[in-house]
Unconditional design. Sequence first.
Length: 431
Amino acid sequence: MTIENEASALAGVLADSVAGPVLLPDDSGFTEELASFQLGLRHQPDLVVGARDAADVRTVLRLAGEHGVPVTVHNTGHGMRFAANEGVVVTLRRMNGVLIDPVARTARVGGGATWNDVLAAAAPHGLVPPSGSLGCVGAVGYTLGGGISLLARSDGWASDLVRSFTVVTDEGEEREVGPRDAEWFAHLRGSGPMRGEVVTGMTVGLLSEGPLQGGGLTFDIGATGSKGDPAVLHAFQEWTADLPEELTSTLRVMSFPDLDYLPPMLRGRRIARVAVALRGSREEADRLVAPLRRVAPPIEDTLAPMPFAEYERVHAEPDNPGPYIGENLLVDALDTTALENLARLDGPTMVIVNIRHLGGALARPATVPDTVQGRDARYLVAAVAPVDPCVSVTHPAAAHDQANPGWALEPFGTAAVGVSPGFTVGPRGRS
Ligand SMILES: Cc1cc2nc3c(=O)[nH]c(=O)nc-3n(C[C@H](O)[C@H](O)[C@H](O)COP(=O)(O)OP(=O)(O)OC[C@H]3O[C@@H](n4cnc5c(N)ncnc54)[C@H](O)[C@@H]3O)c2cc1C
């Protein structure tokens, strides 16, 4: 029997065995069930199951194994790298329960919960999660890649805070995986699943809300198409050489076309924006960012005290789905010439480059062994480019070749110490 025939037989058995929806391609709701933040890839499996709970996941994995049907896990789609074109896709978004233990300061997080779900449950207890730039990212998917949070230099990797994962193996067995399963636990924290297991929940430590200073300093570094003034980029390089762990920052460089619908200050301009988050007082934040403010007058400066609930304003990333491809390098230094090239940002494709300042608590040895990439890196340089969804949905490898933003990373390559799997996203060679 072909996989398609096996999947159709499996659909019949599953419909009687799981609580969530079981949908075939012609069923209404099939496309919606596979909704994704990434629009440059589209899962087109023989069958989709919307798991309601861990029992559903166990049943799908056990029966799919018996029928020889491949299983793909899908949550928000932020980190999609390939599209499944056969077998069964299990979606996890209904498994978004969060249970807070305010005494242990932990959250029991469902395999499909987003950081927004965790924050909503934790905030009434004065606690916050180790979330990153956007709250709609999946908490488990993010943590499997290590997880670089808003305050990563003071709080360390999100995966450092994990006490245990509940997983369902590819044979449909449920297991609690913690420090005693040293190799498996290490693999999950940094490299993700070892053998196709699905994480149905994790227990993760939470942090005190505390006073937060956050926002962005935006600088105009020249007209799009011009040489671009690297002064702010060089200042970021010097500034980050000597900052306390309490401050975590990211430099973003992008060029805007001269289009009517853009705000006048961005039209046809090349922009450098430094996102800043600090656990501490306003005075301390002002004192620490003074060297940046002195380089040039920012065209926008939003650094101010903020409740954690508004933390997405720090990175100010768009939270609407789109087609994109992301590549990255972990580096142990920023090359001065690479920064001059970045100020020019001239290349074959449109690209946005984010340079995240690492180090601090991220550089400390793991107390429980893990496989996180980047403890020895000082920066993560990540390049993101839009892809043409008309090409990438049918020919992901061709879309990758067309839009690959890797050219923007090449000048940083001399100081490369690795690659972060969590920031390698979008269409690749596999379809
Ligand atoms: C706009 C944007 C902002 C981001 N910001 C940050 C940031 O600030 N810090 C950071 O560290 N990372 C960040 N990332 C990277 C992000 O953490 C990864 O892309 C992560 O893989 C997303 O997980 P997801 O579950 O949301 O996505 P999905 O695409 O649904 O999942 C990604 C991968 O993880 C697997 N997976 C997800 N959940 C499970 C599970 N429960 N069990 C087994 N496998 C699972 C999926 O099968 C898939 O292979 C960002 C990404 C984007 C697109």
